[in-house]
Design a protein around this ligand. Structure first.
Ligand code: UDP
Ligand code: MN
Length: 299
């Protein structure tokens, strides 16, 4: 009988083990509570209730065989970004149903506009692409938005969604590398001691800001402080002209993408494709899907 009773030392061990267990349980609860707290905080910082500056993206687009493919890709990239307003400006007399439906499908806050090139500038070889529709986007922005950040996103580039979070906090103007540009295969600000000192770009040509349209973002305060600044007409000088008119200096430029050591946007170009033509649907196809397929393609 005596042997069945725990000895004093066994009792001590049991008490210690129990205490440790209790501590572990309490700690466990504590950890859980802490986890819940940090999760709450995390969810809170993530929520749209915080005053995130809005990113306004202006996309010039026009009818070409790759338009719907390009625009689908951009829209489905932008769909990942919170607090973003997409301004799509068609280079056309009228807004198209194809683009309008794509914008509705995206669920994004958007503005759908159009603008054409005035006749006197049509077919001018020295004129940049997408000038008048970008200008129309700027006009809308000046009239309708006070704060936020502007970014020009062509319809056929490829964007890493991390870029949009980085440009959101642009104070004046931010700059970053763009992949797949001309001979060098990249266009990038040159950064020394965290300051932009020049541009690594194969087309210098007297440009103060040798950047691509996809390589910078501007705070709307700068846009409003320079109400007449616009996109110039001259081919290859659109970015430089615009940034100069915004009275920016190299010192104002904030290098993003880890001090311009990463590429978060690429100047991809969709391969030129043939436009489908109804003449390729013959009378033997009249009772097949091809009739409706081509009808959809040619809208
Ligand atoms: N663009 C336009 N009208 C045109 C040609 C181009 O609105 O007549 C747009 C086009 O959709 C794109 C941007 O302007 O968003 C730049 O055009 P593109 O991609 O053809 O130029 P590249 O990539 O060759 O510089
Ligand atoms: Mn392009």
């Amino acid at each position: 009988m005596v042997h069945l009773l725990p000895s004093r030392s066994t009792l001590l061990i049991l008490v210690v083990v129990e205490a440790v267990c209790l501590l572990v349980v309490m700690l466990g609860q504590q950890v859980t509570v802490l986890n819940l707290c940090s999760q709450d905080t995390h969810q809170h910082t993530d929520s749209a209730t915080l005053p995130w500056p809005t990113v306004y993206v202006i996309t010039p687009t026009y009818r070409r065989a790759s338009q719907l493919a390009d625009m689908t890709r951009v829209s489905q990239t932008l769909m990942h970004i919170r607090n973003l307003h997409w301004i799509v400006v068609e280079d056309a007399e009228m807004r198209s149903q194809v683009v309008s439906e794509l914008l509705e499908r995206s669920g994004l806050p958007f503005t759908h506009l159009c603008a054409t090139t005035p006749p006197q500038h049509k077919n001018q070889k020295s004129m940049g692409k997408g000038v008048f529709n970008r200008r129309e986007g700027l006009r809308w922005l000046r009239e309708n938005a006070m704060d936020g950040v502007l970014y020009f996103a062509d319809d056929d580039n490829s964007y890493d969604i991390r870029l949009f979070e980085q440009i959101r906090t642009t104070k004046k103007a931010s700059v970053f590398p763009v992949g797949m540009i001309l001979k060098l295969g990249v266009s990038s600000p040159i950064v020394r001691n965290s300051k932009v000192v020049a541009f690594h770009d194969s087309f210098q040509a007297g440009r103060k800001f040798a950047v691509d349209m996809a390589g910078f973002a501007v705070n709307l305060r700068v846009i409003h402080a320079n109400p007449n600044a616009t996109i110039p007409l001259r081919l290859s000088y659109l970015e430089d002209g615009f940034l100069r008119q915004l009275r920016l200096e190299l010192d104002d430029l904030e290098p993003l993408a880890s001090g311009c050591t990463q590429v978060l946007v690429w100047h991809t170009k969709t391969q030129k494709a043939s436009s489908p033509n109804m003449k390729h649907v013959t009378h033997t196809d009249f009772d097949t899907n091809l009739v409706e397929l081509y009808h959809n393609l040619l809208r």
